[in-house]
Design a protein around this ligand. Structure first.
Ligand code: HEM
Length: 495
């Protein structure tokens, strides 16, 4: 039998190892921390959370514990907000502007904390500011960007026409159009749908996004990467990640050969201008290194095409499932735009029904169910709770978007819910949908994303009626960005 001193030593070691867990669980009981489901030391809620679809469990917890609740993801202590006023308040709070660095992603590349999406502090601020300014010059501003999106929309129409009424999977054509828009702004180059390099890049990115789902064991316990068989999975993800970095570095080196600081062509040139300027005046490029440029490009490129492509695929699915909505949307296109010219962003304001359809697709597709979680930079007092520094903050739009108290019939696809009896947009209800988040960390690509969503969608429906031989499945695939299962469409030209 173990002697008493040994038992005490073990208890003390256990207490020391899990002191943060015990403190949080006690503070929950005393009401200093938000309530939440029972969690085990080390394992957290691993036995109760749906690991393929964590959003399903999170929605159940939100229904049980209310607007603000806490939960453990492994050893990660998280606080979730599940209604829009609270989500907006937390996302706008400077004390919650950081990203958390607890999951597996940080181990893929030792420098992930320097990226725009995952970075914090000065380096994030500097490169976010630079990227927004550079992209404003090379595409986010209405004129240049709009033309670029219109060109890609026209190519997409030609691509759809090429299928001559036969059934096809639109994913790669849509992904190519969306990727080309951002490619031209970043490095003045684009892809062809049939280019095997692009297909491979797209498939590699999509495969990693699928494996980076928040509920996977590797994401919850990153130390599993040292243990078989998780090490195999980790190495696979890391290999794909490195594979995606290589073309970015090649592009930078290519660009340098034709770089003229007096006439910057795109984002890469704008970055090289700052790099060159710093080298000349300060003798150090600071954070404007080639590696940083490669990281920024990767972030903007992946964030820029996977989200928008996923939105458009969900939009096609809901329009196939609801032909009446599709016909009404086409009716609005016919009245406002007609058939002889390309849609522009000036058309957007009067096209209230189209806006309602876009909002309803965002709501029901729910493809970013908790946006991208934030992290507390210090202890923060909110609603009577004291949220400790380092706590992950999860904006659960997934619960808000299906809350019957807000929407009445949340499972029904009904764009009309966003319109009043004079067919005007109910702005207060539209504001309940925040796909790009809000505050300092809000989506950097929002102006471009809005342009792509509107122009690509209206151009497709201006030229085609979309249908399918089979009923598309609306069950999410498990992933970080929740894409639909593959589906095929028939694009019938409108006469
Ligand atoms: C439908 C399309 C899109 C959606 C729904 C979307 C949504 C989001 C969301 C929810 C975030 C996290 C905001 C937060 O943490 O509070 C985000 C961040 C980001 N997005 Fe987007 N996005 C879209 C398109 C784009 C495009 C086209 C680009 C690039 C040009 C882009 C670049 C970024 C970047 C760089 C960040 C990280 C910002 C930061 O951490 O400071 N996104 N996006």
């Amino acid at each position: 039998m173990m002697s008493l001193p040994w038992v005490l030593v073990i208890v003390l070691l256990f207490w020391y190892r899990f002191r943060s867990y015990f403190r949080c669980m006690l503070e929950r009981r005393s009401g200093r921390l938000p309530p939440g489901p029972w969690a085990w030391p080390l394992f957290g809620t691993i036995l109760t959370i749906d690991r393929r679809h964590p959003q399903k469990t999170l929605r159940k917890w939100a229904a049980t514990y209310g607007t603000i609740f806490s939960f453990y993801l492994g050893e990660r202590f998280c606080v979730a907000a599940s209604d829009m006023p609270t989500i907006r308040r937390l996302m706008k709070d400077k004390r919650f502007e950081n990203r958390c660095h607890a999951g597996m992603i940080m181990h893929l590349d030792g420098q992930f904390d320097k990226s725009i999406i995952m970075g914090n502090g000065e380096i994030w601020r500097e490169h976010r500011r630079f990227s927004m300014a550079a992209l404003r010059d090379f595409g986010f501003s209405k004129a240049g960007g709009e033309e670029q999106v219109q060109n890609e929309a026209a190519l997409l129409v030609a691509e759809f026409q090429g299928h001559q009424g036969r059934s096809f999977d639109p994913k790669i054509s849509i992904a190519t159009s969306v990727a080309n828009v951002i490619s031209y702004m970043l490095f003045s180059d684009g892809f062809d749908c049939s280019d095997p390099r692009f297909r491979q890049y797209e498939e590699t990115v999509a495969a990693n996004i699928a494996e980076l789902s928040s509920g996977t064991p590797l994401e919850i316990f990153p130390w599993l990467r040292f243990i078989h068989p998780f090490s195999v999975q980790f190495n696979r993800i890391q290999r794909r990640f490195k594979y995606c970095q290589r073309p970015m570095m090649d592009l930078i080196q290519e660009h340098k050969k034709s770089f003229d600081p007096n006439s910057p062509r795109d984002y890469v040139d704008a970055f090289l201008c700052v790099q060159e300027g710093r080298r000349r005046t300060e003798d150090s490029v600071g954070t404007y290194t080639d590696e940083q440029l490669m990281r920024n490009l990767g972030d903007l490129y992946v964030a820029g095409f996977e989200t928008t492509t996923t939105f458009l695929r969900w939009a096609l699915i809901y329009l196939i499932l609801h032909p009446r909505v599709q016909a009404k949307l086409q009716g609005e296109i016919d009245v406002v735009i007609g058939s002889s010219r390309a849609p522009t962003m000036t058309d957007k304001a009067p096209m209230v029904y189209t806006e309602a359809v876009i909002l309803e697709v965002f709501r029901l597709s729910d493809f970013l169910p908790f946006l991208i979680p934030h992290c507390a930079t210090e202890d923060v007092q909110i609603d009577g709770y004291v949220i400790p520094e380092g706590t992950e903050i999860w904006p659960l739009v997934t619960y808000h978007y299906c809350n019957a108290k807000v929407w009445g019939d949340p499972q029904v696809f009904r764009p009309e819910r966003f319109l009043d009896d004079k067919d005007q947009l109910l702005q207060s209800l539209a504001d309940e949908i925040q796909p790009y988040s809000t505050g300092r960390r809000a989506c950097l690509g929002e102006p471009l994303a809005k342009m792509e969503v509107f122009i690509l969608l209206t151009t497709i429906l201006q030229h085609f009626t979309i249908s399918s031989q089979t009923t598309p499945d609306t069950e999410h695939l498990p992933a970080f960005i929740l894409a639909p299962p593959s589906f095929e469409i028939i694009a019938t030209p409108r006469t």
